[in-house]
Design a protein around this ligand. Structure first.
Ligand SMILES: [Zn+2]
Length: 304
């Protein structure tokens, strides 16, 4: 039996009937902008001004939050643990409860950041769902969120909230923005408005969705696309100094930064393994071998 208390959430019901939107934050315990944005939404969403129901979960992974870490005490990554297990470890139990919540919803938005170790440029993403109607709804939601990058990636990644949504045929998007041991106020308000704009796009609010330019809209159906931690990892442990900034364009082979020894007498140059736009940079200087350093959105590879 599960020993876990129910997930802490706020449910706001609109005065008119309509769909049920679930907004998740804190899947990872060290990602603060989503938590603050969802708290803000609790005050912004007025029952008289929308139709349907919104369930808001600012901190899904409470045990990880209390450790200021990505993962809880069992060291399982919640975003690799869905659909979880009722009688499993603490993270498996949270995944199980969250899966039931996702199955009860009509739409899902899952908000993330780079966590304490990294900073991410704003983007929204979805999986390339095999059902064309769900895929189109996900595209609409991701575009309406209003971020400069929209990224559709393989539907084959498992263990995510989006995998649980995919299996339940619940249209779902995620977003990434910020991180790096702070709570970026621009990301907080951008996340709150993004969620409201998705509600408008889904017909839950009467407000028009503002026209916002999308700089890059990429669909990449290769195996493992969207797995952020896969590329440009540290060949050695040491002190990482990036030589690029978020949203820089890079060519494969360009220098992304260096990793050096404490005295600086051993310096390893880090070269880009892909051509594209820098979406994420590790900001915590000490890095262990094989940890990721830079996320590049491959702008020369788009396939549906
Ligand atoms: Zn995350």
């Amino acid at each position: 039996m599960s020993s876990l208390p129910p997930i802490e959430s706020t449910v706001i019901t609109g005065q008119q009937p309509g769909p049920h939107l679930l907004i998740l934050g804190g899947v990872h315990g060290d990602e603060y902008e989503p938590m603050a944005a969802i708290r803000k939404l609790i005050t912004l969403i007025k029952p008289a001004e929308f139709s349907g129901k919104v369930t808001l979960v600012p901190v899904l992974n409470q045990p990880a939050y209390e450790r200021c870490q990505r993962c809880g005490p069992d060291e399982l990554d919640l975003a690799r643990t869905f659909p979880g297990a009722l009688d499993g470890s603490i993270t498996e139990q949270i995944a199980h409860q969250a899966t039931q919540l996702i199955q009860s919803a009509d739409y899902l938005i899952d908000l993330h950041t780079g966590g304490v170790i990294s900073d991410l440029a704003p983007f929204s993403g979805y999986c390339l769902h095999s059902d064309p109607a769900i895929l189109e709804t996900q595209r609409t939601m991701a575009r309406a969120f209003g971020l400069p990058v929209v990224w559709g990636t393989t539907a084959t990644l498992e263990g995510r909230s989006l995998s649980a949504a995919r299996d339940a045929n619940v249209p779902a998007i995620y977003a990434e923005w910020g991180g790096g041991s702070q709570c970026n106020a621009t990301a907080v308000s951008g996340y709150a408005s993004g969620c409201l704009q998705v509600m408008s796009a889904l017909g839950m609010r009467n407000e028009p969705v503002p026209e916002q330019p999308i700089q890059y809209e990429i669909e990449d159906n290769r195996d493992q696309s969207g797995h952020l931690q896969l590329h440009n990892s540290a060949p050695v442990s040491g002190f990482f100094e990036p030589a690029i900034q978020l949203m820089d364009t890079v060519q494969a082979g360009d220098t992304l930064g260096t990793i050096c020894s404490p005295l600086g007498d051993e310096v390893t140059s880090i070269k880009a393994s892909q051509t594209g736009v820098v979406l994420g940079i590790r900001t915590l200087p000490y890095v262990k071998q094989n940890e990721w350093l830079v996320v590049i959105l491959e702008t020369d590879h788009s396939a549906s």
